[in-house]
Unconditional design. Structure first.
Length: 253
């Protein structure tokens, strides 16, 4: 198979939440394939920017809080100013709140749903409209979760949001596939990131989780790079509405 299928040279990807963790791993993976990166973050993505630019491609940093849909128009405008267009959107930004369902607050519910689901949908909508306007192919990659398939415990709004991501990925694919826009998702397994720090620091829960993973270890942000490049590239042009688990075999257990 030709490596050209996975070549992203000259392409531009908007990646939300790429200053650390999974987003950073995917940004570096796409950059290595030749893709320019627009990093949308609440904090400075200096480390990611340095790594991306070291690969000889461009990086545009946009500071935005996706707890609201207000920044979306500016994100698209700045991207178009710098690169003319965006070919790829990775909706990675997400937050999590932990508490028993009986004690969970409305504020924690709204905060998580606003970032993980509402902003994801409306940024995808803006990106899709731009693709249709320029009559070009687009690739949307949403970041789902093991909790898109399972219930979990003590994370009611996160579970609801990630179940919603799986459903929205299918809905958007159904509506936009014929327009040349691929919408798919990646469901990371248990990865060593900020979101899982509390679990990894809990010896009992960490041991339980590792026993369930056939690969026998926590994943790393770099483990998502190949999946992201595949779904962003021409190699996945006939893949629509799929959620790809990158989980060390968790769901197969």
């Amino acid at each position: 198979m030709s490596n050209a299928l996975f070549n992203l040279s000259g392409k531009t990807a908007i990646i939300t939440g790429c200053n650390t963790g999974l987003g950073q791993g995917m940004a570096l993976g796409l950059a290595e394939a030749g893709c320019n990166i627009v990093g949308v973050n609440r904090r400075s993505p200096a480390e990611t920017q340095q790594g991306v630019e070291a690969m000889g491609v461009q990086f545009l940093a946009i500071e935005a809080d996706l707890g609201s849909t207000t920044p979306i128009a500016e994100i698209m405008h700045k991207t178009e100013q710098q690169f003319g267009t965006a070919d790829i959107l990775i909706n990675n930004a997400g937050i999590i709140r932990r508490a028993d369902a009986l004690e969970f607050t409305e504020q924690d519910w709204d905060d998580v749903l606003d970032v993980n689901l509402k902003s994801l949908f409306f940024l995808s909508q803006a990106f899709a409209r731009a693709c249709i306007h320029r009559k070009g192919r687009g690739k949307i990659i949403n970041i789902a979760s093991m909790l898109s398939f399972q219930g979990g415990i003590r994370v009611p709004s996160y579970t609801a949001s990630k179940s919603g991501v799986l459903g929205l990925t299918r809905l958007m694919a159904n509506e936009w596939a014929h327009l040349g826009i691929n919408v798919n998702a990646i469901a990371p397994g248990y990865m060593a990131t900020n979101n899982t720090e509390a679990l990894r620091n809990d010896p009992e829960r960490s041991t339980e989780i590792l026993k369930r993973i056939p690969a026998g270890q926590w994943g790393s942000p770099e483990d998502l790079a190949g999946a992201a490049v595949f779904l962003a590239s021409n190699a996945s042009n006939y893949v629509h509405g799929h959620t790809l688990a990158v989980d060390g075999g968790w769901l197969a257990r």
